[in-house]
Ligand binder design. Structure first.
Ligand SMILES: Nc1nc2c(c(=O)[nH]1)N[C@H]1C(S)=C(S)[C@@H](COP(=O)(O)O)O[C@H]1N2
Ligand SMILES: [Mo]
Length: 352
């Protein structure tokens, strides 16, 4: 692509001056005794450890990449030398239950980030040792950092120490604490949990868990601890809360059409008068949840596999002592969903 082609720059990014490379976040690694190693851990057999020399011997990437920081600067054509993450993973066996990969820094706050394992093939991350023909500067992550092309630069952990394969995602430092989006695609402007927030707002709202009356289209709530979250009257169309803890959350009169609540803890959550059209509640814990007056057209409580009866008992929804849906609401669902709903055993609220 021509260097001045406008489509090379993601939306609302600007190029840094020639030769400039800002330092963002921490600027040094933690000092720890012993030589630097990068470990492959978690759901891999055997676990592996690579010294810097062993990484150097494996260099199979030497090319230019573009950097896009969430704080709106971009830098073209940084030449990185290193080892493709894929090549390191090929030196061990990844357990089939692994679905995420977490990258942890040797830094004082154990900085980390994560990616879905499925993105490794398409993004081709690099474990980098050199930039622009010289060993990486300490402030830029030397002696070894991750580079994830095609994602905001906060997915590129400096001072990489551990690569851990996980069954469930573990939110990274910025994602959990600063409200950064967990997908981080610069072309989609996935900067913060919701596109309508600034960093400050995202941080404040996450700290108070008060999201009432907000425009939160496409909110990224995956895996977050959002207990008692207040989101009455909010517009959360297509929000993704998969795996989140939403116990006691309140979504009264919210727009939740197309929202994803699979595997959420929704005990005592309030959906009064909410628009839940097409929302997905499969395998959620709905004990004590209040759906009074909610619109449930096309909502689902069982995944397709589950509707065919192939679910494990631990992966099905849970209902409290009172069946939460009216006949009028059941009429908004498919026959298959109603059939399965009527088979869910009702539990007492104090069960576990
Ligand atoms: N260990 C660690 N890695 C990190 C960070 C950090 O604070 N600590 N910040 C991230 C962010 S937000 C960005 S934009 C890039 C910045 O890398 P740079 O300082 O080399 O420009 O590193 C990422 N990796
Ligand atoms: Mo960043």
């Amino acid at each position: 692509m021509a260097p001045d082609s406008p489509s090379r720059l993601p939306p609302r990014q600007q190029l840094v001056g020639l030769g400039k490379w800002p330092v963002v976040g921490e600027n040094a690694s933690a000092s720890r005794p012993g030589p630097w190693t990068v470990s492959l851990a978690g759901l891999v057999a055997p676990a592996r450890q690579f010294t810097l020399d062993e990484l150097s011997a494996r260099v199979d990437f030497d090319d230019v990449l573009d950097i896009h920081c969430v704080t709106r600067w971009s830098k073209y054509d940084v030449r990185f030398r290193g080892v493709r993450l894929r090549s390191l993973l090929a030196e061990t066996t990844v357990d089939p239950t692994a679905r995420f990969i977490s990258f942890v820094a040797r830094s004082d706050r154990r900085h980390s980030t994560s990616l879905p394992l499925g993105d490794i093939e398409s993004l081709e991350p690099v474990v980098a040792l050199e930039a622009d023909g010289a060993p990486l500067d300490t402030q830029h992550g030397g002696p070894v950092r991750l580079i994830v092309p095609g994602r905001y630069f906060y997915k590129s952990v400096k001072w990489l120490e551990t690569i851990e394969l996980l069954a469930e995602d573990r939110l990274g430092y910025w994602e959990a604490n600063a409200g950064y989006h967990n997908h981080a695609d610069p072309w989609l402007e996935e900067r913060f949990v919701s596109p309508s927030f600034s960093k400050r707002e995202a941080q404040e709202r996450l700290a108070s868990r008060d999201f009432r009356d907000c425009e939160l289209l496409g909110f990224d709530g995956r895996q977050r601890d959002l207990r008692e979250m207040k989101a009455d009257h909010s517009r959360l169309r297509d929000a993704d809360f998969r795996g989140a803890n939403l116990r006691g959350a309140s979504f009264a009169q919210a727009n939740l059409s197309g929202a994803r609540f699979a595997t959420c803890d929704l005990r005592q959550a309030v959906f009064r008068e909410a628009d839940c059209e097409g929302a997905d509640f499969s395998a959620a814990d709905l004990r004590g949840a209040d759906f009074t007056g909610a619109s449930l057209f096309g909502a689902s409580f069982f995944s397709d596999e589950e509707s065919r009866g192939a679910n494990e008992p631990s992966r099905t929804i849970r209902l409290g002592p009172d069946f939460p849906f009216s006949d009028h609401q059941l009429a908004m669902l498919t026959d298959q969903q109603v059939l399965r709903l009527n088979q869910v055993p009702l539990e007492s609220l104090d069960a576990d």
